[in-house]
Design a protein around this ligand. Structure first.
Ligand code: HPA
Ligand code: ZN
Length: 341
């Protein structure tokens, strides 16, 4: 198979994505289209000129450069319709890439901007748009609430308090993202206990820019069900053993790790060593628009640079399904497991 055929083959291959940010799923094309339809401030108004402001390139990786890209988006959203449109489009883009089960995480504070909109309204708009798009494009989508360490504890507390009393059907998990180098997750740990009590599953961005200690903290202090990235767990075999014993899945993201400077290139990604050590893993995009990737493209990378076989990719998808935050796992398996059996 040449590269183009392989890409088409991987596009047709059904896929699970457990770690994708709505904020980082909005392409330059979508931003330009929305700005021309609804207004909103962007650093540039053509796709080519906008790209460098929101996309990473492999030549200049860096964790803070990566996180800076989100600032363009945060100030942008001009109206309700723009927010609904990006949510609808992000789900559609995933479905067109033949993602069949998507856990889509987002921070309501991000889309609310600096008090431009109320978070409770943002949640209603995104929730409805995601449901509509999921139904239109035959994809199962489970939303996860992200809080950003970088927006401070007070805002996070208000969001978690609000979400914890929402009826069933809005969020199925809580995540903390943002800069783990500058802002420790520790002060947020009580919020995770509140969320857990309210029935939310927990995932923590850890062991990406910082080392395995943060993964240990996520497991021991936060009771995380899964870890966002956790790629640097490989630096400590005790942490690897803990993840294996407790069956905690690492949501791995290949190209994202290159763009944040965590690894030098995909061919040296430790995914296979982590998998061979018996730790559950999944392959995810993280921020497809910022990394200019699709999940199909990531599968092509996994095959061509890391030697993954189709039967390994099937097993990885089944394992991802086992660790999904969907509220009815038996239903989910009945719907999808046959795709990889
Ligand atoms: N790390 C931390 N925060 C993030 C990331 C990430 O990879 N992507 C989006 N927010
Ligand atoms: Zn992430």
């Amino acid at each position: 198979m040449d590269k183009k055929e392989l890409f088409e083959h991987m596009r047709a291959f059904p896929k699970v994505d457990l770690h994708r940010h709505l904020e980082g799923s909005i392409s330059a094309e979508t931003l330009v289209r929305i700005a021309s339809k609804y207004g909103g401030t962007l650093p540039a108004y053509t796709v080519e000129k906008l790209r460098p402001h929101i996309q990473m390139d492999s030549e200049s990786p860096g964790f803070s450069t990566f996180l800076q890209k989100f600032k363009v988006y945060r100030g942008f959203y001009p109206c309700r319709e723009a927010i609904e449109d990006v949510a609808y489009t992000a789900v559609m883009d995933a479905a067109l890439d033949n993602v069949r089960y998507l856990e889509l995480r987002y921070s309501p504070s991000h889309f609310a901007g600096l008090n431009k909109f109320k978070e409770c309204e943002v949640i209603e708009w995104i929730s409805a748009a995601v449901k509509e798009s999921a139904s239109d494009f035959n994809i199962i989508v489970v939303p996860i609430l992200t809080i950003s360490r970088d927006y401070g504890l007070e805002l996070a507390r208000n969001t978690v308090r609000y979400v914890s009393q929402l009826p069933h059907g809005y969020f199925y998990g809580l995540d903390i993202a943002g800069d783990e180098v500058v802002n420790s997750a520790k002060p947020f740990s009580d919020l995770f206990a509140v969320a857990k009590k309210a029935g939310l599953n927990l995932t923590i961005h850890a062991g990406e820019a910082c080392g395995p200690k943060n993964v240990l903290e996520a497991v021991i202090d936060f009771n995380a069900d899964r870890i966002g990235h956790g790629v640097r767990s490989i630096e400590d075999q005790e942490v690897i053993a803990l993840l294996r014993e407790r069956r905690i899945l690492l949501e791995l993201c290949l190209t994202s790790n290159v763009h944040t400077g965590v690894i030098a290139s995909v061919d040296v990604h430790p995914i296979r060593r982590i998998m061979d050590a018996g730790v559950p893993i999944s392959i995810n995009t993280d921020d497809p628009a910022i990394s200019a990737i699709t999940l199909s493209g990531e599968y092509v990378e996994a095959v061509t640079k890391l030697g993954f076989t189709e039967s390994e990719l099937k097993a990885i998808n089944l394992q991802a399904l086992e660790h999904a935050f969907h509220p009815d796992k038996e239903y989910l398996k009945r719907q999808l497991a046959h795709l990889w059996q």
